[in-house]
Design a protein around this ligand. Structure first.
Ligand code: 2NL
Length: 344
């Protein structure tokens, strides 16, 4: 019996040694120490042994079981340590690797330009107002002194939705609405930025949808010199202190008299170059004194009130300021174009 136990022990220890993984170990444990294993069998059969043999065999069987258990546990902890090391190796993070860059978004160049224009006019006391892009024929045309037979109202030039509704062709209706709201009793000093629509074939300088910022100042005693002063201030702040402005006579149905404003060319300092087409001047915007009929239709007495208005295209201004050669760059969202202006 003693030899049998010794042999069992040696077999078991040998198998523990040969085990390659936790599964093998568990198999050895079940084989030798399990309920149906040989050691349990020996301990169960103790009753059949003589009085003298019983404590000797009992002790030996317990020792053998303890030794096998110890060997199993030792081997098990080796496997577990190996597994942990393997896991640590596999999950190791090389903290010296360069990080993955997180790309940061930013406002679109046009948004930046419009915001900058807004800030400059807010600084001169103007409110910023927005209005609907789907307009009535009345506010888009009629209220701005563009009667039914006016050529600018040609169906071919605007996106009509119904006979009475269209996509606004300028932001002026926002101003006409505001004047109407104030019912002729209050001064209006506002700018209105926004999208406008015209039926045009898109090319490098035309787009069927573009942006406009218009301004309006109506009060008692508003004069042409006020328009000139405000626009001069805007031009110098936006394009640089060294820029000169000049006003040329022009025509718009909603202003009388009407002007166009040029700034001196930055590229050639007014000497003449390809950017200013040899004139030394670059056209920036149009404006004038609000036509008496426009004031009257909005409920203002043109004998008591006067006003100036102007309009500009931020796309054109951005193209001039940054040398953008195609208006379509603003709408096609090519990251290579847009990213150039992220740190403005
Ligand atoms: C341009 C010229 C202009 C206006 C817009 C206006 C608005 C009201 C009354 C009178 Cl409510 N005028 N707006 C006046 C003159 C010119 O825009 O070249 N825009 C891109």
């Amino acid at each position: 019996m003693q030899e049998k136990l010794q042999a069992l022990k040696e077999d078991a220890l040998k198998k523990v040694n040969q085990a390659e993984n936790l599964k093998d170990l568990e198999a050895v444990r079940v084989e030798y120490l399990g309920k149906k294993g040989p050691i349990t069998e020996v301990l169960r059969g103790m009753g059949k042994l003589s009085k003298e043999e019983r404590p000797v065999i009992g002790e030996l069987a317990n020792t053998v079981r303890a030794e096998i258990t110890r060997a199993l546990e030792l081997k098990k902890s080796t496997f577990e340590a190996e597994a942990l090391n393997e896991q640590l190796r596999a999950e190791a993070i090389d903290v010296t690797l360069p990080g993955r860059p997180v790309s940061v978004g930013g406002a679109h160049l046009l948004t930046e330009i419009v915001t900058e224009i807004e800030d400059l006019f807010i600084g001169m006391g103007f409110d910023v107002k927005e209005g609907p892009e789907v307009e009535t024929d009345y506010y888009n045309f009629e209220a701005l002194n563009l009667p039914k037979d006016h050529p600018a109202r040609d169906m071919q030039d605007s996106f009509y939705i119904t006979e009475e509704l269209l996509l606004r062709t300028h932001t002026s209706p926002v101003q006409a609405r505001t004047m109407n709201e104030f019912k002729g009793n209050k001064s209006v000093k506002m700018i209105c930025p926004g999208k406008v629509y015209r039926r045009d074939t898109d090319d490098a300088t035309h787009s069927h949808q573009f942006t406009q910022v218009e301004g309006l100042y109506v009060d008692k005693n508003v004069r042409m010199s006020d328009l000139k002063g405000v626009l001069n201030q805007f031009a110098k702040q936006f394009f640089g202190e060294e820029r000169e402005i000049r006003l040329r006579p022009s025509f718009f149905p909603f202003t009388e008299p009407s002007v166009e404003m040029d700034i001196s060319c930055k590229v050639c300092q007014g000497k003449g170059c390809s950017v200013c087409k040899q004139t030394g001047w670059i056209e920036i915007l149009g404006g004038g004194m609000v036509h008496p009929s426009v004031l009257e239709m909005a409920g203002y007495d043109p004998k008591e009130y006067s006003g100036f208005a102007f309009g500009m295209g931020p796309e054109r201004i951005a193209m001039l300021k940054y040398g953008v050669d195609d208006i379509r760059h603003f709408y096609t969202n090519d990251q290579r174009f847009l990213k150039q202006y992220h740190n403005l």
